[in-house]
Every structure is written in structure tokens, then in C-alpha cells.
Design a protein around this ligand. Structure first.
Ligand SMILES: Nc1ncnc2c1ncn2[C@@H]1O[C@H](COP(=O)(O)OP(=O)(O)OP(=O)(O)O)[C@@H](O)[C@H]1O
Ligand SMILES: O=P(O)(O)OC[C@H]1O[C@H](OP(=O)(O)OP(=O)(O)O)[C@H](O)[C@@H]1O
Ligand SMILES: O=C(O)c1cccnc1
Length: 492
């Protein structure tokens, strides 16, 4: 029988090539060279005008606990064939780097370094896959949630997706991300316990089916559960479900708190208006109507346009699976590395597509906030040593189409990066989830509405400082000259 290993660490939650590169660096004795990687995405998801950064808390946990367990080492030896000398080295590897990152819940845009890792090359490489895995998913779901919440306004958004999520981790961390994006509560009890998220829920069709009739089911449920929301669409919403709910509420009166009804099929606009009228006329004007059934931001917008009388929206599949765009596409690129003389040299990755050419060097991201309007003028990426707050006038120009530019005065430049780890030591104070959620909300206020509309939003400026831009051009030149020389040397 094949040997079974304990699943007791996350160090092997990586791609094989990372371990092979680690072995190469280690054997060549360059593994300790200081390397700087930046994590960023290029294109905003869902055609949205911004994204909501999420995943930092899990990244921190991953880095704090990073080590190869005994079973990892045994597997790498016995099943993968790595040699003992390299495995002896791997046993000693921990994360010793410095990490700067956007705060969780930050409003972020394409091409901005969300996380910057400065670490020995081998460590920075070994953690890449897991970090991308975490941030790509959680940022995607937080962004989808924010899009949905934007359409909902002040109405309550409930996360209902666990049964449809891509397995358990996605349900749990997706729920947390949904809260960051503005959702109010979840039906997932474990997520409630783990993250102190408000939990809420109604009941399923199966309960009606189990009792065979709605009246009995509602009555039995109400005897034990205060705060009743009855699901009224199992047989016939208007002729049976709602009348039965009202009958039970009338009979039990103050013994229960009749909170409302849930609709899960049919024409939600038409039904919700009719149901509202029935509840009001029966003397229950304060009851709420909950709706669910494959909802997403466009269906919700449509329902609102039709005057749907829905107070609480339960959203599952389309949120938790990021149904219309299942991946974010964030990447992790080397921007600088130490050479044999211990000098840091910037590095670049060239592409035929100018938008895909990486921006070399250690960078910072500043949000440029107009002191009068209190709105953001855009984000400004600088090299590490620059401080835009020292400038009287800031020249902000498009990083590819440089003729698109503006001069900004009277601004505050807010550094968006926090220091999370310093030389392997955790130096950050983790905010509560509710604090993160409020932070997202407050940061959204900094954006003009044009960047926040769900359809064809304006492109938010993410510009490079002149020094950062020039450094990029110089690096492109250097690489081009190298390639030219190589071609000439090998042309005959
Ligand atoms: N008035 C409306 N305008 C636009 N979309 C609506 C409206 N009412 C419901 N919808 C949406 O239309 C879709 C209808 O789904 P579906 O075709 O499965 O019908 P259903 O009524 O849910 O039937 P079932 O009993 O099989 O669940 C859902 O995504 C729902 O949210
Ligand atoms: O539609 P979503 O956005 O994915 O929201 C979650 C769905 O899960 C439940 O349906 P399901 O048919 O699984 O169970 P039920 O019998 O309780 O309706 C619920 O009624 C929602 O329709
Ligand atoms: O509580 C509910 O109504 C609920 C929970 C999960 C999925 N659908 C509905």
C-alpha cells in the first residue's frame, strides 16, 4: 500500500518548480541573496473600477508558521527523490524576511504592489504559490461582495454560499472576504465562530416537505425559534405560503417574533410587492422580506428597478464562486536582487505588450488626496526613497500613455503600505474583521462615484513618479542592449 503522510504543514502548498529552483539556488550558494518580489494584479475583475484587498491575515499566519515538517521532509525524500543534504537544509528554513503590505480591506487597483516581500531568495520563492493562492481568491470575493453591496446600498446582504463554494476553505475564507466587502452576516456557523461574524438564517423547503404542510411546519418551528422568518414558496407563495405564515403569527402573537418571510423562486419583483401588501394588511408592516435564488449585482439592480419590495438579500453561488470571473490573476514578480558584490540590482520582465512590462525597483504606493474635496486624485507609485509629500506640485501622468497627465497641488500623500514583518519578526497589530470592514467603507468614500459605478466605470489613475518611470525606461534599455549584443555575437 502507498505510504500515507500526515498533512501537518502548509510548506508543500506550493508548485514543484519552487522547490526545484530552491535546490538550484541552494546548490549554487545564491539562496541567501536578498531578493525583492512584489505581488500585484494587472486587470480589475468583473469590469469593476476598483478591487478590495483581502487575504493578509491568512498570509501572515502562513508566514509565521512556515516550516517543512518531518512528514514533508519524508515525502520529499521517499516519494520525490530529493537528496539528504538539501533536505537537511530545508529542515532549517523559516521565513526571515521583511514584508510590507496594503492593509486588509484597502481599495486597490491594477499594477500596484499589494504585498512586497524582501527576503533571502530561497524563502521568497518558496512562499510565492501559497500567497498568490490566498490573495487571488480572497481579493476576488471581497471585490465581488463590494460590487453587490454597492448595488444594495443600505439593504442587508446575507452570505448564503457555503453549499456551492469550491470546497470548505473557499466557503470559510470567502465568507470572511464577503464581510470585508460589505456583507452584513453569513449563514455559515463555523465562519461565525472563527471570525466573530454575525450569523443568521431562515429554514429550508425540506422542513415543509418533512411536515408535509406549511402550517404545521411553521407552527412547530415557531414554538422553538423566536425571530421567525418563514420560507413561503414551497407550494404557492400567495395562496398558501404567506397566508399560512400570517395564520401562525396571528395564533402565536407575542409568543414569537414574526420577523418576515423568504422568497426563493418565481418573479421576485412581482411576488415581493404582493407579499408586502399582504403582510401590511394583516398588521405586520415591520416584517421583512428576504429574497434568494441565484442573485447577483445585475439581477439585484434589475429587481430594484422593478420596485421589488425586498429588505434582505441572500446571496450564495454567484458571490462565493465569483461566478462571472473565477480568477483574479495576481502575479508575483522579482523586482530587485542582490548581486555577488552585495549590491541590489533592479530586474525587469519584458513583454511585447507594454502593459505587461514589469516596473523594476522597490516601490511604495501613495494615495493622493485632495485637501479641499477630500477625494482621491489617484494613486502614485514611487521608488522606495521618494516622498511625494515633499513636493509642492505633483506631476501625475499615465504610465503607458504619458501624454495623459495632470498637475496636483494641495494634496496629502498617504503611504498605503504597512510594515508587517521586519526581518522575520511580526510587527503588525491585526485589526478585527469589523474594523477591516469599516476601513473598506471609509476608503470607498475617497473615490468619486465615477470609479464606483458597476458598469463601465472610469479608469482610476495609477501613475508612476518620474523617477520610477525613468528607472523602468533605463532597465528596458539595459535589457535591450544585452539582447542586441547576444544576437550580434551569435549571428554567424
Ligand atoms: N422580476 C425579476 N426580474 C429579473 N430576474 C428575476 C426576477 N425574479 C426572479 N429573477 C431571477 O431569475 C432567475 C429565475 O430562476 P429560475 O429559472 O430557476 O426560476 P425559479 O423561479 O427559481 O424556479 P425554481 O422553482 O426552479 O427555483 C433567478 O436568478 C432569479 O433571481
Ligand atoms: O441561490 P444562491 O444565491 O446560491 O443562494 C443559496 C441557495 O441555497 C438554497 O437553495 P437550495 O435549493 O440548496 O436549498 P433550499 O431547499 O433551502 O432552497 C437557498 O434556498 C438559495 O436558493
Ligand atoms: O438561511 C437560509 O435561508 C439559507 C441558508 C443557506 C442557503 N440558503 C438559504
Amino acid at each position: 500500500m502507498k505510504k500515507q503522510y500526515l498533512d501537518d504543514s502548509l510548506a508543500l502548498h506550493t508548485d514543484l518548480y519552487q522547490i526545484n529552483m530552491a535546490e538550484t539556488y541552494w546548490e549554487d550558494n545564491v539562496h541567501e541573496r536578498k531578493a525583492v518580489f512584489e505581488l500585484f494584479f494587472r486587470k480589475l475583475p468583473f469590469g469593476n473600477g476598483y478591487a478590495v484587498f483581502a487575504g493578509l491575515e491568512r498570509v501572515i499566519d502562513f508566514l509565521q508558521n512556515f516550516h517543512f515538517s518531518e512528514s514533508d521532509i519524508n515525502y520529499l525524500r521517499d516519494d520525490c527523490g530529493y537528496k539528504e543534504d538539501f533536505l537537511d537544509y530545508l529542515k532549517t528554513v523559516r521565513f526571515t524576511g521583511t514584508v510590507r503590505s496594503m492593509k486588509e480591506g484597502e481599495i486597490v487597483f491594477g499594477n500596484e504592489p499589494l504585498i512586497r516581500i524582501e527576503a533571502p531568495l530561497v524563502e521568497a520563492q518558496l512562499i510565492e504559490t501559497a500567497i498568490l493562492n490566498i490573495v487571488n481568491y480572497q481579493t476576488l470575493i471581497a471585490t465581488k461582495a463590494a460590487r453587490i453591496k454597492h448595488v444594495l446600498g443600505d439593504a442587508t446582504a446575507m452570505e448564503f454560499g457555503t453549499r456551492r463554494a469550491q470546497e470548505m476553505d473557499a466557503a470559510i475564507w470567502g465568507t470572511r472576504a464577503a464581510i470585508i466587502g460589505g456583507f452584513d452576516a453569513t449563514s455559515n456557523v463555523r465562519a461565525g465562530k472563527m471570525f466573530n461574524i454575525p450569523i443568521a438564517g431562515t429554514h429550508a423547503h425540506s422542513m415543509i416537505q418533512a411536515y408535509r404542510d406549511e402550517y404545521t411546519a411553521f407552527h412547530k418551528y415557531a414554538r422553538r425559534h423566536k425571530d421567525c422568518v418563514f420560507l413561503v414558496d414551497t407550494y404557492n407563495t400567495l395562496k398558501s405560503g404567506v397566508p399560512n405564515a400570517i395564520k401562525v403569527a396571528n395564533e402565536l402573537g407575542d409568543k414569537i417574533n414574526f420577523k418576515g418571510v423568504r422568497l426563493d423562486s418565481g418573479d421576485l419583483a412581482f411576488l415581493s410587492k404582493k407579499v408586502r401588501k399582504m403582510l401590511d394588511e394583516a398588521g405586520y408592516p415591520n416584517t421583512k422580506i428576504v429574497a434568494s435564488n441565484d442573485l447577483d449585482e445585475s439581477t439585484i439592480m434589475n429587481l430594484k428597478q422593478q420596485g421589488a419590495q425586498i429588505d434582505i438579500w441572500g446571496i450564495g453561488t454567484k458571490l462565493i464562486t465569483a461566478y462571472d470571473q473565477p480568477a483574479l490573476g495576481a502575479v508575483y514578480k522579482l523586482v530587485s536582487i542582490e548581486d555577488e558584490n552585495e549590491t541590489m540590482l533592479d530586474t525587469i520582465k519584458i513583454s511585447g505588450n507594454p502593459e505587461k512590462v514589469t516596473t523594476p525597483g522597490l516601490k511604495r504606493v501613495y494615495r493622493i488626496i485632495n485637501r479641499y474635496t477630500k477625494k482621491s486624485e489617484g494613486d502614485y507609485i514611487t521608488l522606495e526613497h521618494e516622498d511625494p509629500q515633499n513636493e509642492e506640485v505633483l506631476h501625475m501622468f499615465h504610465p503607458v500613455h504619458t501624454f495623459i497627465s495632470k498637475y496636483v497641488r494641495h494634496f496629502d500623500a498617504v503611504d498605503l503600505h504597512e510594515i508587517i514583518f521586519k526581518d522575520g519578526k511580526f510587527v503588525y497589530e491585526l485589526p478585527s474583521l469589523q474594523k477591516i470592514r469599516s476601513y473598506t467603507e471609509s476608503q470607498l468614500h475617497l473615490l468619486w462615484d465615477e470609479y464606483k459605478r458597476t458598469l463601465h466605470p472610469e479608469e482610476y489613475p495609477v501613475d508612476l513618479s518620474e523617477a520610477c518611470y525613468q528607472n523602468k525606461i533605463d532597465n528596458i534599455k539595459l535589457v535591450k542592449e544585452k539582447v542586441e549584443t547576444f544576437i550580434q555575437e551569435h549571428s554567424d
